[in-house]
Design a protein around this ligand. Structure first.
Ligand code: NAD
Length: 296
């Protein structure tokens, strides 16, 4: 099995790296957090001394970092590309802006390396269960080479197109999810204020034209649906502050494309307000509190 360097082993990267170890890959990991690295070493990974060290003597380097600035830092300033052996494939699974994704692709390509942007959907549950969806941008040959690694962490693996296009698909998906979460919250609060039980709203909307993944998995009101995060005090799940990050990326992408996204802009403004109200660490479905602050 190929050897992998893994940089960024936080909430997502940690379980993803652990799943790679479980299926037999040997891993060298680096993270700014020593605690995060210690946990990985306990799971059988080798400790890398730096980002450069994580990229040496491996066939794949996976990065799972918070934002575009972090990815640019690791690729452009830390010298990861210069440290890697010829033939190493870079896979960046962070969710970042399209421009940063293209910039690091170009840096890798200029040094003779293949790269994929491969952001994921499925959250920490998907990362734990190795059921993530990967949206990959880059050359088809790189996509084919990445299969052996990606299939250890995910269930659905898509080639979206050229460099940066994995990020485009991820950003489009999350912009829609944010808009639907806000729209669903508005409808539930309004319906209930007009006297309809939230469960009745759910039962009918989920079999009608308002049905969605968001409605079924992140229904906004507690007890609207058994088993959803709202019932557990909006414990994440996918945090509201991460939804805001993705909605902001959608607005940067809209500007890059010269494309109008008025609903995306409205959702970004709503999540910004929600976070200003101190709810950034709650699940994103807590956006219903912006519509009705009384909801617990
Ligand atoms: P996280 O903050 O838990 O993990 C990121 C890790 O990167 C941290 O451990 C941090 O110490 C490390 N790091 C930051 N800069 C570094 C550097 N220069 N060198 C080495 N390590 C560095 O974040 P996360 O929740 O794991 O998210 C990672 C990415 O996945 C983000 O882009 C996020 O948007 C995306 N994502 C997250 C979720 C989710 O549910 N959490 C779902 C889908 C996608």
């Amino acid at each position: 099995m190929p050897k992998i360097g893994f940089i960024g082993v936080g909430h997502m990267g940690g379980p993803m790296a652990r799943n790679l170890i479980k299926v037999g890959h040997s891993l060298k990991v680096y993270d700014l957090s020593e605690v995060a690295v210690n946990l990985m070493v306990q799971s059988g990974a080798e400790r890398a001394a730096s980002t450069q060290d994580a990229a040496k003597g491996v066939e794949y380097v996976i990065t799972m970092l918070p934002g575009g600035g972090d990815v640019r830092e690791v690729f452009l300033n830390d010298g990861v590309v210069g440290a890697a052996d010829q033939g190493t494939l870079f896979i960046d699974s962070s969710t970042i802006d399209v421009e940063s994704a293209v910039t690091v692709h170009e840096a890798a390509s200029a040094a003779g390396f293949e790269m994929l942007d491969a952001p994921v959907s499925g959250g920490t549950v998907g990362a734990d269960n190795a059921t993530l969806t990967f949206m990959c941008g880059g050359a088809k040959v790189a996509f084919d080479r990445a299969q052996i690694v990606l299939e250890g962490m995910g269930k659905s693996i898509f080639h979206c197109g050229e460099r940066g296009q994995g990020q485009v698909v991820k950003i489009c998906n999350n912009m829609v999810a944010g808009i639907i979460a806000l729209a669903t919250s508005e409808a539930f609060v309004m319906g209930e204020k007009l006297g309809v039980d939230r469960r009745v709203l759910y039962d009918i909307m989920s079999t009608s034209s308002a049905n969605s993944w968001v409605l079924n998995n992140a229904c906004p009101l507690p007890s609207g649906v058994p088993g959803v995060v709202a019932n557990n005090g909006f414990k994440p799940g996918f945090m509201a502050k991460l939804m805001l990050k993705d909605l902001r990326l959608s607005q940067a992408a809209a500007q890059l494309a010269g494309s109008a996204t008025p609903l995306g802009a409205a959702a970004a403004a709503a999540y910004q307000q929600h976070i200003n109200n101190g709810h950034g660490d709650l699940d994103n479905s807590s956006i219903c509190k912006l519509i009705d602050p009384e909801i617990e």
